[in-house]
Design a protein around this ligand. Sequence first.
Ligand code: NAD
Length: 362
Amino acid sequence: MNDTKKNFYEKKRILITGGAGFIGAAVIRRLLTTHKINIFNIDKLSYASNLTSIKQCLSNLKIENSSRYQFLKVDLCNSRETSMAIKSINPDFVMHLAAESHVDRSISRPRTFFESNILGTFNLLESVREHFENLTTSRKKNFRFHHVSTDEVFGSLGKEGSFDESSSYNPRSPYSASKASSDHLVRSWYSTYGLPTLISNSSNNYGPWQLPDKLIPKIIFNVLNEIEIPLYGDGSNIRDWIFIEDHVDALLKVLFHGVIGESYCIGGNQEKTNLQIALLICEYLDKSLQRKTPNSKLISFVNDRLGHDFRYKLNINKISKELNWNPNFSFELGLENTINWYLKNREWLNSSIDNLTNNFYA
Ligand code: NAD
């Protein structure tokens, strides 16, 4: 980064919503390390939240909690709290990640998803619009609102093909329907009110600090603790996996360099079935745990998820050509880093499972 750019960020204020979640915290850790920007994290603090990684990062970098980073406990479903938070933060950039994010939870409790993902996004857009309209001309020129979304809004693919930015929306779960709705709201605040928005739709993320109610850390947890690994159906559902650090690289490119009003698909180009993932983790841990029986004996197949999407795959030509971004991590390398991190952080893994009061795993 050259000096002019450094000074540009030093005076700016970025709001990250959902910064206590898996991806938001990774974005904050990266910004703390690479950009001297003032960071504001708002989160309602739910079962999915964990601020430990940010605290560790602040302490490693010897950054005083209040100097360049501040946390505010705010539920976006509360319009008054949200509006007051935006006024006090006075942001130049907003990256909106706060959402209920677990498909299985959306099937059993869809209302929470409607409230946080749709109403929460609406409240945020309205507060940010009011803030944007009151900015000076020069601050308005640089202002950006980046909404972080998912490939699941496009629906399910068969064995062939991929989705791109022009694919029609066809969400099939309460989670993806709520995310699709929020994407539509963001797009309409751009067209109707001229709010400078960007949207990114990413594939499945994995990496350190992810809670073990998501597929990869759940399998790692179960193998380490010799618990059965339940896979939906016959384990043949396919996802396109992206390592968290690759996603963070892409998010920052979209936020700072994307074209206003556009959307970008962010995929890892690493398609795997759930069964392949379980076998890779079992084999990797066979080597380090040296048990008498192979860990793959723990794999079992359970009744399929309702409306289970078969396959997602994103075409990343647009972000690759226009923003010069491509994933760096092969699935094998990202997975090795991830498993090694969990092996070193077993205490955190075991304590985080205590907060998860169910058997959700995908
Ligand atoms: P996460 O569940 O780990 O974290 C979400 C955070 O948002 C939590 O800390 C939660 O407390 C907060 N939150 C939820 N509702 C809120 C509300 N009403 N007000 C304030 N805070 C609220 O999710 P994640 O995996 O970090 O995902 C972040 C974003 O990225 C989400 O919008 C998700 O849809 C999207 N996304 C995730 C993936 C993935 O694989 N994890 C893939 C594509 C897109």
